[in-house]
Ligand binder design. Structure first.
Ligand code: GLU
Length: 285
């Protein structure tokens, strides 16, 4: 009897909680899109004024990779930074500020991107960053904007043809702060991993014979392989790496603006154009 009563009470409380949460969500939306177009936060909403601050500054500060071909690569001659992540960043700047050039790109690495975001140096990270539960404790993420999977890059003719050939004796190279390091250690317990500050250094080390394979997302590895015909991506991807754009926790207005931009890009076909330009064939989803 007692049990039944407490169950009933729990149900009532859960329904009440859902109602309150749902109500807050609606208020929040109304608050951000009110008729006057002002940034007045709705009562009870987090009340992020991050977009207002970006508009006041007139410039979007975005953390991107400078050493990752196809996603974010700085051309040392021209100084231009180019790639899939850059085109997505420009679309977000256009959505928020009406001008895709109202943007300042700052270099991040896998290790520095969360600290740089959380100390306010950048408004968002658009840098081949996988959405993980662990990272969600430190930052908020947009919807998924690219789907990658971890793989291996080796010198052509290597005895490593996929994850099944990686043993404790294999020397793996990777970038500090990347999911790939933790993943490979979980897949092959005891494996030796040499960690570098960025992917360019890791690739140089592979070329110099300091390791047997470089591991990170397949899309990044294809970018490296296209630079040097002596290297190839082997095996099937062995993890899911859904990329998200990270913002400081609580900046719900920025997340909303990013997700709206991604929806617009997909609806207009521009997402497919950007994808095809950098990655090759158009996405299937
Ligand atoms: N997507 C993986 C990550 O977020 C690997 C690529 C990178 O290091 O940026 O860690």
């Amino acid at each position: 009897m007692k049990k039944v009563k407490s169950w009933k009470l729990m149900c009532v409380l859960m329904v009440a909680a859902m109602f309150v949460l749902g109500g807050c969500g609606n208020n929040n939306t109304a608050g951000n899109n009110n008729a006057a177009g002002t940034a007045t936060p709705a009562p009870g909403a987090a009340g992020s004024d991050a977009i207002a601050k970006i508009k006041e500054r007139g410039k979007l500060l975005v953390g991107v990779k400078y050493d990752t071909r196809l996603f974010g690569l700085k051309d040392p001659a021209s100084g231009n930074v180019e790639g899939f992540d850059i085109d997505i960043s420009k679309a977000i700047a256009k959505h928020i500020l009406g001008d895709e050039n109202a943007i300042e790109l700052k270099e991040v690495t896998s290790k520095t991107r969360i600290p740089m975001l959380n100390n306010g140096e950048i408004d968002m990270v658009v840098a081949t960053m996988t959405i993980t539960e662990e990272r969600k404790k430190e930052v908020d993420f947009s919807d998924v904007y690219f789907q990658a999977g971890q793989s291996l890059l080796v010198k052509k003719g290597s005895p490593i043809t996929g994850l099944q050939d990686v043993t404790k004796e294999t020397k793996i190279l990777g970038s500090k702060g990347a999911t790939s390091i933790k993943n490979i250690k979980e897949k092959v317990p005891g494996v030796t991993v040499l960690e570098f500050d960025n992917y360019q250094d890791a690739f140089s080390a592979l070329k110099a014979g300091q390791g047997d394979a470089l591991t990170t997302d397949d899309a990044i590895l294809y970018g490296m392989a296209s630079q040097d015909p002596g290297f190839e991506v082997v095996g099937e991807p062995f993890t899911d790496e859904p990329y998200g754009i990270a913002v400081q926790k609580g900046n719900s207005d920025v997340v909303q603006a990013i997700n709206d931009t991604l929806d617009e890009l997909k609806a207009s076909g521009k997402y497919s154009t950007i994808y095809t330009k950098w990655i090759g064939k158009a996405p299937t989803k």
